[in-house]
Design a protein around this ligand. Sequence first.
Ligand code: PLP
Length: 456
Amino acid sequence: MTATSPVDADRRFVFHPFSNAYRHEREGATAMVVRGRGTRLEDADGRQYLDAMAGLWCVNVGYGREEIADALHRQALELSYFHGFSSMATAPPALLAEQIIARAGGSMTKVFYGNSGSDANDTQLKIVASYNNRRGRPEKKKVISRDRGYHGVTIASASLTGLPAMHAEFDLPLPQIRHVSAPYRLWNAEPGEDDRAFSARLADELDAMIRAEGPETVAAFIAEPVQGAGGVIVPPEGYFEAIQRVLREHDVLLIADEVISGFGRLGHWFGSHRFGLEPDLITIAKGVTSAYVPLSGTIVSERVWKVLADGPEGVFQHGYTYSAHPLGAAAALANLRLVEEEGLIERAERQGETLRALLRDAFADHPLVGEVRGAGLMAAVEFVAERDPAVRFDPALQVAPRIVRASLDRGIITRALPAADTISFSPPFVVTDDELADMVAGTRAALDQVAGELTR
Ligand code: PLP
């Protein structure tokens, strides 16, 4: 009954996320990752990898940071856990909330803690519902998201996610969720349409949807500053300005999903600061702890808070056993200290510029590359069957997954994004110039290999 090795135990007993269960049971994992330092990982067979994705866009300060390990060790010995359900509290989440609020700026005033980006977005929908119920507007409940937005996998957050492949199997989205077009220049802009005109057209689409649904029924709009898992889609000039004008006109709250972009990846503490968003609610996870332990949060603005806190009646009936976990908060405090003391936000911006320049040199002129794009330390290369006008590959060819596999054979971890022939790069902020050069050279060699296979 005992498995012979971790690989065997994994194959026999673990139900992997986003896996083909049938295939995993037969083939198992291709590697057991056992060690990480900086941008580098090692597997049980001693193979080395460069992690161009910082895990899943999250290990911002790099693997193996002693400062965070020490903070976790000290906190676990001092007080491993207590909850915040009653009038009692613990110190680390309190001190962390103060820091988050100071960095979020604007009118942000409170942090509600969770465990993952998905549950934090569920919390957002409950906050929005409570806000409108308390204001005597129970019909104002619909939430508009965007195609290609990625907001998580719980019933509500998967509904917000704008990737149809994540809906079909589970009878989603929920009936109160709508989606508008993504600001995806490569495929959604008209020929000759400039950024401003494209942004205005997308804002008109949102306006038309809100009017068609009835503004009295639309509660919130949710957006990532840069769409991550949907394709690293950077908003065109003027986009959020035009969108926010529409939201204000119809009294619709803005939720900024900063699960990837929060805490430095876009060269600012928050992506909202870079793209001029003035959100009413912000979702955070990943980079708040650099994924050393799970922690997420929803940051609430004064505008929303004063409704939730109006009057002594009514308890906000929501919270997790692990809301405000002291270990998560201790890791986050140590992580934010590293980000600040090592100037990692400025470094993320600098290394992002280097990465984009390397990607442009290596990929931009290739006949199978439709676009090299990115912002801060997030970048993507999208592959096309033909360039001008752009024509997609037949999805059955699995071009991006094949390039990712061929990169992995060269020790480079990238990611194929769902529903697009796109591979992404989102390395730790501590990545060096040489590591960036190796990542780009490895993926370019992978493209050459797959391009050769396609023409054979
Ligand atoms: N929101 C965004 C923007 C994300 O990128 C993700 C995960 O990648 C989530 C939400 C969901 O977070 P989690 O996987 O922690 O549930």
